[in-house]
Ligand binder design. Structure first.
Ligand code: G3H
Length: 482
């Protein structure tokens, strides 16, 4: 509610994935701490957001769009002033490289300005009347209420703000819980939130999600749940809302994006794209390629070229120039990745690249695993880390069946120089996923493009314009002529 509070309760110590040498070996470095709020503080924040919305009669939802844009622009100006510290915290909290951390920041600012530009083209407020069958109507974009906003650790700034800002700018009030890894980087923005928006419009809650979020949902006072994270958590949260039919959900969830490298692929292009597609930020992107199907006639060539390319990737600390492989923030991740490799080995696959799967401290060297089949965890599970499972195939039908049977439906990449072959694949695949990439890796951007998924991969659509629609409703003020 726009207040800074003293905190005497328990705190959570934040250990960086960046390790230091100690007498006990490599250890994560302590970089800060945050308050572990309880359900009590969370409910107080909720009350503040509900009061600020005041059934759509609060200062914020009734303020003109131009004024709200003004507030967001002022906030963005203050955010830009804090760029250096935010970028450093992205690097230290989640181990993202300096280049990618800067990119995450800049892309977020661009997204905010693009949202503002896009609003100017939307049919809100005084866009004029439309007269149809003797009825004159003014279309408005009205807010929805209180939005609970939770971003993921892999894009703690960007994926939070690409939902929070559109929700805010459309007149909703916000409860925002930062991700478990990627919390401290939101500290420098607290005062900007307080100074740029009316009281209670943005409420930041620090603490453990599983302790504070269920109570918020059970209150029935959340109108929109926006979460970029796991479909299991999203389903549990949705179910706990007493009036789930009145809850709007805007969700970016699990994905297992596949690459299909056909017998007609340009292998050097396929290697270049699948390398970056599967291993950028250590494979910790929802859009990462998480399984690669390669036609049996090209598989030896692909594996040897891909392994060579992995060996050329530089690993090191996030701030080192040209580094692409960095420490992993999730504390139990290496254990999980090892279990995936053991399971694959048990069912007949091997790590085919040199040093693949080796780890030290919070580093895990990428593992290329071959031949993967449907008995293995790596065939189905979203590993969300630096393992590249490769599956050989003889007939393209096998790849289509894989995508049909998958519970995920975000994106796919096809690599082929044969236009007829590509054309024949597009229709069956575009009905399984929400984006088909031809001769290029899967990715979210450019951010004006719709970003969504089928099946368990998403609910609602994000993009600059879609996000504005996701956090508002088109209402009419209509009157009959004569
Ligand atoms: O983690 C999911 C992100 O939205 C991926 O975005 O494809 O730009 O890395 P990206």
């Amino acid at each position: 509610n726009g207040e800074m509070r003293e905190w005497n309760g328990p705190v959570h110590e934040v250990f960086s994935p960046v390790c230091i040498h100690t007498e006990n070996g490599l250890e994560r470095k302590l970089i800060g701490s945050y308050p572990v709020c309880t359900e009590k503080e969370a409910m107080e924040s909720l009350d503040a957001a509900v009061a600020a919305y005041n059934n759509g009669r609060g200062e914020w939802p009734t303020m003109g769009l131009a004024e709200r844009i003004n507030c967001v622009e002022r906030f963005t100006g203050k955010m830009i002033e804090q760029k250096d510290i935010i970028v450093k915290l992205i690097m230290w909290e989640i181990g993202k490289s300096v280049a990618d951390s800067n990119k995450e920041f800049d892309r977020t600012v661009e997204y905010i300005y693009a949202t503002i530009d896009s609003l100017k083209n939307l049919d809100r407020d005084s866009s004029g009347f439309e007269i149809v069958d003797g009825i004159a109507a003014q279309v408005r974009r009205s807010p929805l209420g209180v939005v609970l906003c939770m971003g993921p650790f892999n894009y703690p700034l960007n994926e939070t703000f690409t939902t929070l800002i559109p929700a805010l700018i459309m007149g909703n009030t916000i409860l925002f819980k930062p991700p478990k890894f990627g919390t401290l980087l939101h500290y420098p923005l607290q005062e900007a939130f307080r100074d740029c928006f009316p009281k209670g419009v943005v409420n930041v809650i620090y603490g453990r999600g599983n302790a504070i979020v269920p109570g918020l949902m059970q209150s029935g006072k959340i109108n929109v749940l926006t979460l970029i994270g796991s479909s299991k958590v999203a389903n549990e949260l949705k179910k706990s809302h007493p009036k789930v039919n009145r809850l709007r959900a805007v969700l970016g969830l699990d994905a297992k994006n596949a690459a299909i490298v056909t017998s007609n692929a340009d292998i050097s292009l396929a290697v270049k794209e699948t390398l970056s597609g599967s291993l950028s930020f250590n494979g910790q992107r929802c859009t990462a390629l998480k399984i690669v199907w390669v036609h049996r006639s090209k598989v030896d060539l692909f594996l040897s070229e891909f392994s060579k390319a992995v060996a050329e990737l530089k690993y090191g600390m996030p701030w080192e120039k040209g580094v692409s492989l960095t420490p992993l923030p999730e504390t139990n991740k290496i254990e999980y990745l090892n279990s995936c490799i053991e399971d694959a080995q048990l069912h007949g696959a091997q790590v085919v690249n040199e040093n693949g799967g080796q780890s030290a401290g919070s580093f895990f060297y990428p593992a290329v695993v071959y031949p993967v089949n449907n008995k293995m965890k790596l065939y189905y599970e979203e590993q969300f880390g630096p393992i590249v499972p490769v599956v050989p195939f003889d007939d393209l039908e096998e790849t289509i069946s894989y995508l049909i049977e998958s519970t995920h439906g975000q994106q796919v990449s096809i690599f082929s120089e044969d236009a007829g072959e590509v054309a024949a694949l597009i229709d069956p695949l575009v009905n399984q996923v929400s984006r088909v990439n031809i001769n290029s890796q899967c990715q979210r951007g450019p951010d004006v493009f719709p970003f969504t998924g089928r099946k368990d991969s998403a609910e609602g659509t994000l993009s600059v314009a879609d996000a504005i629609r996701s956090f508002s409703i088109r209402s009419l003020v209509a009157f009959k002529m004569n």
